[in-house]
Ligand binder design. Structure first.
Ligand SMILES: O=C(O)CCC(=O)C(=O)O
Length: 308
């Protein structure tokens, strides 16, 4: 842990209340320049396949420059399964301590996503993360770690403050703008317009924490060059089961519990179940070459397990 992390000021009750009111919060200066550089270097190593197999990889990158490699990838799911640097970032004490205050004392992480988003790459359409990761207790929380200065120009996050408060998952439909948005659905039917959204521009090293019911999106990277990299990790209360991913054979709905998790704060009340190793790192298509197969193998499961 660096001095900077240990010196992070404790959040006041007012800041915590503001998080619950708005559905998001910005933590500045969480990661040092050196830590961000280490994350960026490891992003290259992951894309090059230096940490092991990457399902959906763009092929053999020998003879290509780092930029040539990085420009082929929009997003990689579950990088923490093969990268120690990403795993450490996921467990960062400033994030874990804050989550322990806003979620519950016991916090687990079930997913990571590494967005690279080179210039020209698409964004993600409006959605709510709980639509994809259904916690029972609505405790899903994202931690969006800025690996570059995130700006409107390069495709920062946009959020609709307070939209989480309804506690409603609005219907999703397929989005039809592959030039603007990558493979994913798009939420609709909610009582807001784009005018209610605000851009979350943050410097590299910051973390945006956001509620799993918060409507959010990102626009394409409209810069001429460079990246808008971010490591996004998802957490929830360890008190709750997580009915995510295909059930084990013979398992009833009520007991479904995804156990390929990392504990980051407090205790795991379900430690007696052990930890599984289910998901594998995989590449998310950017939509331009079609999304048809994305739903089928998006989980990047080990080969002996079926997908949805
Ligand atoms: O960083 C982005 O472009 C989108 C992130 C996002 O939508 C998410 O983490 O759910």
């Amino acid at each position: 842990m660096t001095a900077k992390q240990t010196l992070l000021p404790l959040l006041t009750d007012r800041q915590i209340q503001a998080y619950h009111d708005n559905g998001f919060m910005i933590l500045l200066d969480v990661f040092s320049r050196q830590e961000i550089d280490a994350l960026r270097r490891d992003a290259v190593a992951i894309c090059r396949g230096e940490h092991g197999a990457l399902s959906g990889s763009m092929g053999d990158h020998r003879g290509q420059t780092d930029d040539q490699v990085m420009q082929q990838y929009l997003c990689i799911h579950f990088p923490h399964k093969i990268s120690k640097v990403m795993l450490e970032a996921l467990k960062h004490p400033a994030i874990a301590n804050t989550l322990a205050r806003i979620i519950s004392p016991d916090v687990k992480c079930m997913q990571s996503m590494l967005f690279i988003k080179a210039a020209g790459k698409p964004g993600q359409a409006w959605h709510q993360d709980e639509y994809y990761i259904p916690t029972r207790d609505r405790s899903l929380t994202g931690a969006w770690i800025a690996m570059d200065d995130a700006t409107i120009q390069n495709g920062c996050l946009w959020v609709i403050p307070g939209s989480h408060k309804h506690g409603v998952l609005w219907p999703q439909h397929e989005q039809h703008e592959p030039e603007r948005f990558a493979c994913s659905g798009e939420a609709g039917g909610y009582p807001y317009t784009d005018d209610d959204a605000i851009a979350v521009e943050v410097p590299a090293g910051s973390v945006v924490l956001f509620n799993g019911y918060l409507l959010h999106r990102s626009l394409p990277n409209a810069s001429q060059s460079g990246y808008r990299r971010a490591l996004v990790n998802h957490y929830m209360s360890a008190q709750s089961l997580l009915p995510w991913y295909p059930p084990k054979e013979g398992q009833g709905m009520g007991t479904l519990d995804f156990r390929d998790i990392v504990m980051v704060a407090g205790n795991d009340p379900y430690a007696f179940k052990g930890i599984d190793d289910i998901v594998r790192p995989h590449v998310r298509p950017d939509g331009k070459s079609g999304c048809r197969d994305w739903g089928k193998d998006k989980q990047g499961l080990k080969t002996n397990q079926t997908s949805e």
